[in-house]
Design a protein around this ligand. Structure first.
Ligand code: FMN
Length: 344
């Protein structure tokens, strides 16, 4: 498996294929991407960033484009409705990027209203020309992430994939929902399967992959060249490892939160295991924040709520986040909260 994820495969027969942490605004910050990699993600992508802001050298947008030597490949994702800004931002990014990913999937009105994100699927010729211009302007591989279509009229993801392959896109990712659906309904993987058969470049499947079982079903149905996981990885970066263990791609004993118990892991209750794995991930996240971006209150609060979701007593985390103003104190308090029951 190459580390850039450009391998294509025969129909799936159980072998390992790359797992991607989905680009997620407000979630996939640099320390979280590094954590996901330590938890089994093979490839990470930044949250989407406005190409117009990047082309105007906006500091806040460029801060989102920071990487670290441990993040390889570094794949920034950009969006925008202005052709020139998209080309300019991609050109500016190629110095640091290993691959540049283009967003044609965002359904947020503030994005679609400028004819960017998934709205561009309603103007397929413009979308394809945009990708063509970017491919011509940069020396790094260009990839694209899209939905099934806009949901108005027939879905066009497969046609767009074929056109993008012709103009030089090197990997395509399809989220099995339309723009109209946003996040409702069940992701439809049938179109991803059709796209896999219709193009030579790798196609990554996305939508409703949440565990080893859904990962297996999706690979069996689509034969995709990789799986991208979004919401199931929010607060649960260990989902990548769980999938790999469940599909026989790695041993449970290799997981750092298991190995720290030196053979005692299976004696813990399921709840204690949930606390223990999340605590390991939380402590690592905080360390990675300190090593890279620093601790940011708002981001940390969001992650803290996600990390504790579903655990007994999770409500107290919101109160803690409210009461504590110092980020270091908050980080420590969450770590204490996540201490497995068996350890008091
Ligand atoms: C909070 C959140 C933020 C997202 N931000 C982005 C983004 O910046 N770029 C993008 O291409 N998709 C974004 N998405 C969509 C996801 O990458 C993914 O396509 C979608 O969640 C479906 O996958 P899932 O069923 O595994 O969650 C976002 C989704 C969520 C939930």
């Amino acid at each position: 498996m190459s580390n850039l994820g450009f391998d294509t495969y025969e129909p799936w027969s159980g072998e390992q294929r790359p797992l991607y942490l989905a680009p997620m605004a407000g979630v996939s910050d640099l320390p979280y991407r590094l954590l996901a990699k330590e938890c089994g993600a093979d490839i990470t992508i930044t949250e989407f960033t406005n190409s117009t802001a990047l082309s105007r050298e906006a500091t806040a947008s460029w801060r989102k484009m920071e990487s670290d030597p441990r993040e390889q490949p570094f794949i920034p994702q950009i969006f925008g409705g202005e052709m020139d800004d998209m080309v300019k931002a991609a050109t500016m990014l190629q110095e640091s990027a290993d691959v540049i990913d283009l967003n044609f999937g965002c359904p947020a009105p503030k994005v679609t209203s400028i004819c960017a994100g998934a709205a561009l699927m309603g103007e397929p010729q413009r979308l394809v020309t945009m990708v063509e211009n970017i491919v011509e302007a940069v020396d790094v591989p260009v990839t694209a992430k899209m939905r099934l279509g806009t949901g108005q009229g027939p879905n066009n993801a497969v046609n767009i994939c074929q056109s993008l392959e012709k103009v030089g896109a090197q990997r395509l990712c399809i989220h099995g929902r339309t723009l109209r659906q946003r996040y409702s309904g069940i992701a439809y993987w049938g179109t991803i399967q059709t796209a896999v058969n219709a193009v030579e470049v790798p196609v990554v499947a996305n939508g409703d992959i949440t565990d080893a079982n859904s990962a297996r079903l999706c690979l069996e149905q689509t034969n995709a060249s990789g799986l991208m996981i979004g919401r199931a990885a929010i607060g649960r970066p260990d989902v990548f490892a769980q999938i790999k263990v469940g599909l026989g791609w790695m041993e449970k004993e290799e997981l750092p939160w298991v190995s720290q118990y030196e053979g005692e892991w299976d004696t813990l209750s399921e709840t204690s295991q949930a606390f223990a794995s999340r605590r390991w991930c939380w402590d690592r996240y905080i360390t990675l924040c300190r090593e890279t971006t620093g601790l940011a209150k708002q981001t940390m609060q969001r992650h803290a709520i996600a990390f504790s979701k579903g655990l007994p007593g999770a409500k107290s985390v919101r109160t803690l986040m409210h009461e504590l103003t110092d980020v270091n104190e908050s980080a420590q308090a969450i770590s204490e909260f996540l201490k497995p029951i068996s350890e008091g």
